[in-house]
Design a protein around this ligand. Structure first.
Ligand SMILES: Nc1nc2c(ncn2[C@@H]2O[C@H](COP(=O)(O)OP(=O)(O)OP(=O)(O)O)[C@@H](O)[C@H]2O)c(=O)[nH]1
Ligand SMILES: [Mg+2]
Length: 236
């Protein structure tokens, strides 16, 4: 179950852009992330059962907080997408590895109709921003994606933008680490124009949950393999 528990954007004009920020114990990173949300956009922090006071920090900084009880990166992202109301929805990790202000050109491209989905290609800045095994895994995944869809992407990063209604219509079902990949596969199958922009990728603030752990990496590989083996007709 999920629910919106506070709102700072309750004026007559809804924000033109909602930024979904999946959050599991990111109290330390939240101030850096939230102060970089572009003016006039709404930050939707999806609290995925944090025990470090993340929700209170986010609320105090003016973000809208959505609660999602079901654990998982996809569950958090999807709860944010469902709670969003803006025409354009963005996604950004909440660990200060990615700067949400880099989303401005993404949104411009979606709004102008040049692209249906814009993805950030992560370019590591600083030591430890992106461990070698994660980079290699991502490259292998890009190759598999190319074989499956014909798309020539370099990365399947979490910084992205698209229109809300078509995104919901993709009917994404993964609720764990396969969510970002499933979004791209289904968008490609639906004939979307998908663009890629370089974005700086910094070492995260706070403890690593996925890439830096064996369990997280293993789970991500399993979830993504499942998404790639989905047949096109199964969701057409
Ligand atoms: N892993 C994980 N992340 C979640 C969950 N719910 C929300 N998140 C958030 O999703 C974002 C991405 O997770 P990260 O832990 O940064 O995953 P990663 O970038 O692959 O790996 P690390 O940065 O090394 O931990 C972060 O903002 C998390 O706080 C969840 O259930 N599991
Ligand atoms: Mg991270």
């Amino acid at each position: 179950m999920s629910g919106v528990t506070s709102s700072s954007a309750s004026g007559p004009d809804p924000a033109p852009v909602d930024v979904v920020l999946p959050c599991l114990d990111e109290a330390e990173a939240l101030p850096w992330v939230l102060e970089r949300i572009p003016q006039g956009w709404r930050a939707l922090v999806v609290d995925n059962g944090s025990t470090d006071g993340s929700a209170a920090v986010a609320r105090a900084l003016g973000a809208t907080v959505v609660r999602e009880e079901r654990r998982g990166f996809g569950a958090a992202c999807h709860a944010g997408l469902t709670a969003a109301t803006a025409e354009v929805v963005c996604f950004c990790d909440c660990d200060a590895s990615l700067d949400p202000s880099d989303l401005v050109p993404f949104v411009d491209r979606v709004r102008s109709g040049e692209a249906d989905l814009v993805l950030g290609r992560r370019r590591p800045r600083g030591r430890g921003a992106w461990p070698a095994h994660a980079r290699a895994g991502n490259l292998a995944l890009s190759r598999l994606l190319r074989r499956r869809t014909g798309l020539r992407l370099h990365d399947l990063g979490p910084l992205r933008a698209a229109r809300r209604e078509p995104l919901l219509a993709l009917g994404l079902t993964d609720r764990r680490s396969g969510y970002p990949l499933q979004m791209v596969v289904r968008a490609a199958d639906a004939g979307w124009r998908i663009a890629e922009y370089d974005v700086p990728y910094r070492p995260r603030t706070g403890a690593s949950k996925v890439t830096g752990t064996w369990r997280g990496t293993w789970q991500a590989v399993r979830d993504m393999s499942r998404v790639l083996s989905e047949r096109e007709e199964a969701h057409a």
